[in-house]
Write a protein that binds this ligand. Sequence first.
Ligand code: SAM
Length: 310
Amino acid sequence: MVGVLKAAGEGTRLRLLALLADGDHSVKDLTEILKQSQPRVSRHLKLLADAGLIARNAEGAWAYYGLAEDGDGAALAQWLIARIDDSDADRRRDIERQQAVRAAQQARATQYFAKVANSWNLLATLHVPEEAVEAAVIEALGGRKVETLIDLGTGTGRMLELLSPSYKRGIGLDSSREMLAVARSRLASAGVANAQVRLGDIGDPDVVVGPADVIIIHQVLHYFDDPGRMLGQARRLLKRGGEMIIVDFAPHDLEFLRTEHAHRRLGVSQGQMSGWAAAAGLEIAGWREFPSQDTENGLTVCLWRLTDKI
Ligand SMILES: C[S@@+](CC[C@H](N)C(=O)[O-])C[C@H]1O[C@@H](n2cnc3c(N)ncnc32)[C@H](O)[C@@H]1O
């Protein structure tokens, strides 16, 4: 117990706990926020992880840190965080830097999509079984026609086009003006009149676009350092009893997707998804896997159905 209290009882480590309470981060982010050297930050993180206050998840060449989800360490971390004063000057500065780090990541993704908007066909090069996945997305809606469907990270608007017969009002949100331009022309030429697309940040969505009966997040989660936090934000747009359909990659080790294609997370495991869903007040109602057509170089895609726990 003394070891755990010593781990928590230090200024930088308390700051780290408060930062991680707002979502997972890589060491690089935390180094930028705290303005301390990477070895120093790593040492603090190791002490917190050894004490069971936080958890480390290695993912390819990077590691992400988040608060521990269960055990005495998790309970103690929550107790401490609830007592940290957000109006404290140091804490306010940390919050500002945390927002700046997130904004810079968002800007990098936006720059990437501005560049590739007119030629975006990465999924095809990864041998993803797109037709089977699209059929499963339609099937997940079970032939219903819902009032409002929101497509987060709509990109070229493909999901809005595909699901157009299944909703009365479709709204696509995306942070890239260039992608939205492609989506508008695609929806117009496909004759989709019941959908519109808007500029917006999913990390901080404007709740006036909701609430939705169904939210779809297709190949977007891996652009976020903390997909769990993003799901929590998306949950604010969902009607009570509503449903989310999420499509993303299973865990993989294609590091070039980070260096060349703005990905942050190398896929999503079942364990991660169930933890993030539970934290967002959702539960996994079903999931399916779609292995790549190319067993050597391709990626497996997963589809999850998350329902509101009410
Ligand atoms: C790989 S594309 C997927 C597009 C679409 N869902 C599809 O499957 O065709 C990812 C999209 O997410 C958008 N995006 C990334 N970060 C975002 C954010 N923070 N807010 C809104 N859109 C974002 C990008 O601009 C891009 O259009």
